[in-house]
Design a protein around this ligand. Structure first.
Ligand code: ATR
Length: 278
């Protein structure tokens, strides 16, 4: 049986095995998908051991996405290079090849929810790896305006500068600033939370008045109940609030496609997963 796994630390909580097993049943592609716990300083050794046991593909999660990027240097897709991180490794021709499917997962989930990205003005909250990974797919989906805000404003400014210097999607105007910026304008069609604030069950410290009429709020985090960011967005007048479970399933579907050449339907898998969260 073809072997795949998700590698991280911690890893016990990962839902990827369940998602890939459901995709396998749906598409009739037989596979074995495990969890791999690697020591924080032992990523490369763990991937080598997995290959020696016949492993063909890895999903990579916290804290190893940068390590995976380094491991696949020279064999990265444009998406992975622009994201600066790898979440999908494929073993081919005796080497690891790296891709990043997080941004595609986000965009496909936004489209599933009926959020219009073409022509949209988007406020992206956060300037870490999660934010960086979604810039290209959002720009290529037709967003005309992307404003990055972060608790540490300098990191948002650096990310916006780095993005502009790539020259990708110049039709998208990318700017940056601080989180609680009093001058932060409203009128956003979509506000995305890419911060880690949800880990403390808190919402980022945003000013009120951000949402345009009919606007959406998307939290990359997810949970059994609406997240703190979703509640904040509802109070601030957002018309639609969603958590990141659909992004998780969407990135997995794209990884599955890279490995198996078939694009599974994420909808029934998302419904099944939502049920197990309740
Ligand atoms: P990731 O790769 O998941 O993006 P990261 O690189 O550690 O992780 O970035 C975490 C992001 O969450 C950062 O934008 C961080 O803001 P700072 O750069 O100011 O640290 C943001 N963050 C974490 N906790 C937060 C909180 N309580 N409120 C607002 N932003 C927070």
């Amino acid at each position: 049986l073809a072997r795949y796994a998700v590698i991280g630390n911690p890893i016990a909580h990962s839902r990827s095995p369940q998602i890939h097993e459901l995709f396998s049943q749906q598409t009739g592609k037989p596979l074995r998908y495990e969890r791999l716990l690697a020591p924080v300083d032992g990523f490369t050794e763990a991937t080598a051991a997995f290959v020696a046991e016949g492993g063909l593909g890895l999903n990579v999660t916290v804290p190893f996405k940068r390590d995976a990027y380094a491991l696949a240097a020279g064999r990265l897709t444009a998406r992975a290079r622009l994201a600066g991180a790898v979440n999908t490794l494929s073993w081919r021709d005796g080497a690891w090849h790296g891709c990043n499917t997080d941004g595609v997962g986000l965009v496909s989930d936004l489209l599933r929810l009926g959020v219009r990205l073409n022509g949209a003005s988007v406020l992206l909250v956060g300037a870490g790896g999660a934010a960086r990974g979604v810039l290209q797919p959002l720009a290529e989906a037709g967003c005309v305006r992307l404003h990055i805000v972060n608790r540490t404003a300098s990191k948002a400014l650096e990310l916006a500068d780095a993005w502009r210097s790539t020259g990708v999607s110049p039709q998208t105007r990318v700017t940056a600033g601080g989180l609680a910026d009093a001058a932060l304008p409203g009128g956003w069609n979509l506000v995305i939370n890419a911060t880690a604030s949800g880990l403390q069950d808190a919402a980022p410290d945003l000013p009120a008045g951000l949402y345009a009429e009919g606007a959406a709020a998307y939290d990359m985090m997810y949970g059994a109940t609406p997240t703190a960011f979703m509640k904040q967005a509802e109070a601030d007048g957002a018309a639609l609030m969603a958590d990141g479970l659909g992004m998780l399933v969407g990135q997995a579907a794209e990884s599955f496609f890279i490995w198996h050449g078939v694009r599974p339907d994420p909808a029934p898998v998302l419904a099944a997963l939502r049920e197990t969260l309740m």
